[in-house]
Design a protein around this ligand. Sequence first.
Ligand SMILES: Nc1nc2c(c(=O)[nH]1)N[C@H]1C(S)=C(S)[C@@H](COP(=O)(O)OP(=O)(O)OC[C@H]3O[C@@H](n4cnc5c(N)ncnc54)[C@H](O)[C@@H]3O)O[C@H]1N2
Ligand code: MOO
Length: 413
Amino acid sequence: MSICDTENGLMSFEQAVNYLIDAMPTPSETQQIAIEDALGRVLAKDVVSSMNVPSADNSAMDGYAFAFDAMLDNSQTLTLVGQSFAGAPFNGSVASGECVRIMTGAVVPDGCDTVQMQENAQVVSEQLVTIEKPKYMGANVRNKGEDISQGQVIFAAGRKLSSADIGVLVSLGFAHIDVFKQLTVALVATGDELKRPGESLKSGDIYETNSYVVTSMLKKLGVNILNFGIVADDLAAITSAFNSANEQADIVISSGGVSVGEADYTKQVLAELGSVDFWKVAIKPGKPFAFGQLSDSIFFGLPGNPVSATVTFYQLVVPALTQMQGAKWSPRKQMRATLTANIRKRPGRKDFQRGIYTTNENGEVSVSTTGAQGSGMLTSMSVANCFIVLPAEQGSLFEGEQVLIEPFDALLT
Ligand SMILES: Nc1nc2c(c(=O)[nH]1)N[C@H]1C(S)=C(S)[C@@H](COP(=O)(O)OP(=O)(O)OC[C@H]3O[C@@H](n4cnc5c(N)ncnc54)[C@H](O)[C@@H]3O)O[C@H]1N2
Ligand code: MOO
């Protein structure tokens, strides 16, 4: 396969994503978990509803239930014969000319098909209520099975469960659910200069941030995380860390040491222990991203620069990880936005610039960059609310031109 084009024969972003999606093993092991732990997990089997939701016709309003055909006039006085509460239904049958006091969520009694809200009814006496005729039969009634019908495939295997999905499954009575086995992801931060927060810094040291940012992103993806901490720029230390990570995890994510410097050992160790499938992608930031395999795990080498690590995680690791979880990756939705300032760009790599977008009262979206786009400037990510995605061949752009953006709040869903 030819996987090179664009700048200096680099693999394009699209080729890299497709390569990763194809290379990911499909999960085979499944497990049953409690529904409350299911957020972000992927269904291993189709879920078929064994019941109707709602299970019976019920009222959408507090008011009175009756048969629509019993309403001969626009306003009719009916005889009150009982009440139906949520959890305490009216058990008798309601005849023509009769009505039942009903509460929201209560079962609509036999003989009734319509509800009028109490604001449109007047109590005449203990037994009599004058009710305005609703516009149509079935008004204010939520029909049995209108949300979910018995026997319906409600979610197909491969669905990544959202908060609302969990609610739907609980509404069907599922206390447990079959999902693909949870992936374990190991993190290794390489670099002699890296220190943990709380430690003191000597000249040239910095605080290690990549594992914290990646951990917080992984938490939203429903995986198990093993943090191997900081490993020195040393062949033996990196080899030992990668070996342990490979033994314990399905995916190993390193950061740093993937460039061409003299202390950049990541690729060398990856090649010795397994294989480097590709290295370098025509994107900015994040060009030196590496992908490969260890004997029992998949390997992603994120560039050390904090913005590059974050961008490559969102743009390359998330699609791959989604596939490996058993879900199907589909390209993120992008929005058109109008630039409010010029953007500098050299043709060659696909840029993921950090942007701030706003929407005006007409729904028109405008965007500008966060300013300086250095890949060591993590504040550009925290100030931003979107990526401005600029195609590889694109050059500089001017105020008023249209660009595509990816809002951050949709990046991990
Ligand atoms: N001669 C060349 N030099 C560089 C190239 C190149 O093509 N030719 N590419 C540059 C690009 S682009 C990037 S990105 C970086 C990637 O380098 P590495 O992956 O080898 O990363 P390091 O050199 O280890 O670190 C880069 C930078 O990031 C800081 N860092 C590293 N790890 C962390 C961490 N966990 N938390 C916070 N900050 C971290 C590190 O201190 C460096 O400042 O290479 C360019 N060089
Ligand atoms: O592409 Mo590097 O990832 O620019 O800093």
